[in-house]
Ligand binder design. Structure first.
Ligand code: HPA
Length: 297
């Protein structure tokens, strides 16, 4: 049986055979945010089902396509839809796409998601820069035998790896500056991940608030863990699609979660699009610095 790394390599080779330009930056689109992929120019679109080993989502609202092309002159790869652990996928399956994005050459990833707002100062429809996360899914993306070959950048691929600046302070700074330029409020927040698929109970949300969480969702943390294992820089942006359970006197439903994406699409698009060249430039600079260091020994 081929191992996880070899399968990811085969998937990357397939994607490369369909689109030759090496992407610098990956963007993972959360629930209701899939339309952003239409912003990619000179796009090659690949259905997830075509890519060997790539898991295909069963959730409505997650299209399941990889879109490669350019945005603001930067080679990008956009994931329109993702799979979640609550669908029954293993950690290796959930993080397979992130592994492939790394092998394709991405040095940075912008992860986006729909989240419930725990912090009462957020309104529905708010965009929030993720400052840190709390992984309460009960599992870890790097579970199992360590694969050092995924450590693409200097110092990466370790069995035990640092998560103290998982959400790049430098990229967050760029995001805040751009949001301010555009007049878009962009508070920061801690994202707490649960396994799902049930939404939380009001008692859980009260407990999560005490723990220091501002946002709650069912994705992102596993991708971010794997990205950091590979030495990829992360910028995380949540869309508060609803206030979390018990914050307001109303039930949460998936249709509303999807609808909110459409309502904030214009803001989300203009913020993320403007950030693409800035994030690419900031992380390319890093890559050069590290390569230079290596060259100098
Ligand atoms: N809880 C968990 N995940 C979510 C929510 C929520 O309230 N909203 C969108 N994704």
């Amino acid at each position: 049986m081929t191992d996880h790394y070899t399968r990811a390599l085969a998937a990357a080779a397939y994607v490369r055979s369909m689109h030759r330009a090496e992407p610098r930056l990956a963007i993972i689109l959360g629930s209701g945010l899939g339309n952003f992929a239409t912003q990619v120019e000179a796009a090659t679109t690949i259905d997830y089902g075509e890519i060997p080993g790539w898991p295909v989502s069963t959730v409505e609202g997650h299209s399941g396509r990889l879109v490669l092309g350019t945005m603001g002159g930067v080679n990008v790869v956009v994931m329109q839809g993702r799979v979640h652990a609550y669908e029954g996928y293993s950690m290796n399956e959930v993080t397979f796409p992130m592994r492939v994005l790394g092998l394709l050459g991405c040095t940075a990833v912008m992860v986006t998601n729909a989240a419930g707002g725990i912090n009462k100062s957020y309104g529905e429809g708010a965009l929030v820069a993720i400052s840190d996360h709390i992984n309460l899914t009960g599992t870890n993306a790097a579970l199992g035998r360590n694969e050092p070959r995924f450590g693409l950048r200097k110092g990466a691929g370790q069995r035990f790896f640092d998560m103290s600046d998982a959400y790049s302070p430098k990229l967050r700074k760029l995001a805040h500056a751009e949001a301010e330029r555009q007049g878009i409020p962009l508070p920061e927040g801690v994202y707490l991940a649960v396994l799902g698929p049930s939404y939380e109970t009001p008692a859980e949300i009260r407990a999560f608030r005490v723990l220091g969480a501002d946002l709650v969702g069912m994705s992102t943390v596993h991708e971010v863990i794997v990205a950091r294992h590979m030495g990829i820089e992360v910028l995380g942006i949540s869309l508060v699609t609803n206030m979390a359970a018990g914050v307001m006197d109303q039930a949460i439903n998936h249709a509303e979660v999807m609808e909110m994406g459409r309502r904030v699409e214009a803001q989300f698009t203009s913020l993320v699009k403007a950030l693409v060249p800035q994030v690419a430039a900031a992380t390319a600079q890093d890559a050069r610095t590290k390569d230079d260091c290596e060259a100098r020994g």
